[in-house]
Design a protein around this ligand. Structure first.
Ligand SMILES: O=C(O)[C@H]1O[C@H](OP(=O)(O)OP(=O)(O)OC[C@H]2O[C@@H](n3ccc(=O)[nH]c3=O)[C@H](O)[C@@H]2O)[C@H](O)[C@@H](O)[C@@H]1O
Length: 446
């Protein structure tokens, strides 16, 4: 305050004689002050520009961080037209099954994803797929599945479910009625080699997808793939949905169990309709090369040994192997009975369904029996290395109780392992070709 008063006195001198000298001194002081204040202003301006630039670049980082990690192979008017066309239901007017669904299928170039997408398309539903075509197993098989889907009018976007911008865009372009979420890092034993990939796909990817779903308007109903592995060390058989699932035996199982809890949260807070399906060792044509039935077939045909795990006390391992067509019927029935999500704009408007079902075959078969069936169809004896099951996340057996799915979904598995493997082997030979000079194929059984 004092300083201001003194300055005012200097600017307006009370003694006229002193004016000239004092004025020039004052002017120089004023100039100096002016420069000083311009300097301050300049500094402030610089500071503001820098802050704005930092803010803008932060915003643009937040906005585009996903596209930095996921190079954009999507977008544009043509792309949007393809998405809309693929998502449009084509059921005949007045169809008994209603107007048709519009389904976003994640993991559409995967084994179950491709089968479900085709089945949905064949009955007239709209389907858009998304898949990141990762190299967990041969991506050329995924591309072949995509080509098959393309020939039936199903468009598959190459992208990752962790790419929030892509998901938001998809929901902007299409008001999907349902999401069939099958994208995941699968495989029980691989989790020891690459644990981060399970967290990336099965946890972070799931949350990213749920975020997009809860923000979408309308919110879709979600049907997604959990796993029989959530039963972990449970030894009550057959496995029922009411049994505890708090003792997973692998990180894979733990991420699927976490998925069940995470989806429950989104159902509770945002009113998303959620159906979790516990698949039991799904197999069939166009299957996954990392699974035992597939890799055994390949090795047997190539004359390479196979490793057969055995449980403690020489007890054979057993699985409730479930044929893919049965699983597809369970998935479609789940979509049809899902019930609506209730939220809009991220806000819950009322309670929404939260369901969990086992989808198994209800008749476990031992691994040696699986091998024997393959040997019979392939007419080649396998070179078997029988080793004790390593402590790598495997469980000794699985067996589904499917009463709940039967009652609520009308689910009724219809394919025995014998029948299903016959179809698988036929597909395998037609897809990969067969060297008749080396191994004669047993047509009698096929
Ligand atoms: O039911 C499920 O939820 C799971 O089913 C399969 O997991 P898994 O049952 O372990 O299927 P495979 O990897 O095909 O193994 C089948 C059986 O063959 C045995 N096996 C596997 C590989 C091998 O080299 N030797 C061998 O004896 C396994 O121990 C197991 O008992 C899938 O790989 C999982 O993605 C899925 O979630």
């Amino acid at each position: 305050m004092r300083v201001v008063v003194e300055e005012e006195e200097e600017e307006y001198p009370s003694t006229p004689g002193k004016v000239k000298v004092e004025r020039s001194a004052a002017m120089s002081r004023q100039l100096h002050r002016c420069f000083a204040s311009t300097g301050t202003l300049f500094l402030w301006a610089l500071f503001l520009v820098a802050t704005t630039a930092t803010y803008l670049s932060f915003r643009s980082f937040v906005d585009t961080s996903s596209s930095r990690y996921f190079p954009a192979s999507w977008g544009g008017l043509h792309w949007e037209r393809q998405i809309r066309a693929s998502a449009s239901p084509r059921r005949p007017p007045g169809s008994a099954e209603g107007a048709g669904l519009s389904v976003l299928v994640t993991g559409a170039a995967g084994f179950v994803g491709a089968h479900c997408s085709l089945a949905l398309r064949k009955r007239g539903d709209g389907v858009v797929g998304i898949d990141n075509f990762n190299s967990y197993y041969d991506p050329s098989l995924k591309k072949a599945r995509r080509a098959l889907l393309g020939s039936h009018g199903v468009f598959v976007v190459e992208g990752d479910i962790n790419d929030g911008r892509l998901l938001t865009k998809l929901f902007d372009v299409v008001p999907f009625t349902h999401v069939l979420h099958l994208a995941a890092q699968a495989g029980v034993r691989y989790a020891m080699e690459n644990p981060a990939s399970y967290v990336h796909s099965n946890i972070a990817g799931l949350v990213s997808l749920l975020e997009a779903c809860k923000d979408a308007d309308p919110q879709p109903a979600i049907v997604w793939a959990s796993s029989s592995s959530v039963y972990g060390l449970n030894d009550r058989v057959p496995f029922s949905e009411s049994h505890p699932t708090d003792q997973p035996a692998s990180l894979y199982a733990a991420t699927k169990k976490a998925g069940e809890e995470i989806t429950h949260t989104y159902n509770h807070i945002y009113g998303l309709s959620v159906t979790g399906l516990r698949f039991f060792t799904v197999y069939g044509p166009w299957g996954r090369p990392d699974m035992a039935y597939f890799s055994f077939t390949r090795n047997i045909l190539q004359g390479k040994p196979i490793t057969v795990y055995r449980g403690r006390d020489h007890v054979d391992l057993a699985r409730d192997f479930t044929y893919v067509d049965d699983i597809v019927r369970g998935c479609l029935a789940s979509l049809d009975t899902a019930g609506r999500s209730t939220g809009t704009g991220g806000k819950k408007r009322g309670p929404a369904p939260y369901r969990i079902f086992n989808l198994g075959n209800t008749s476990p078969v031992t691994v040696p029996t699986l091998v024997a069936i393959l040997e019979r169809y392939l007419r080649v004896n396998a070179m078997k290395h029988v080793v004790e099951m390593p402590g790598n996340g495997d469980v000794p057996f699985t067996h589904a109780n499917i009463s709940l799915a039967r009652e609520q979904l009308g689910y009724k598995p219809a394919t025995s392992l014998e029948m299903g493997l016959k179809k698988f082997v036929r597909w395998y030979l037609s897809y990969y070709g067969y060297n008749r000079g080396t191994h004669e194929f047993n047509d009698h059984y096929l």
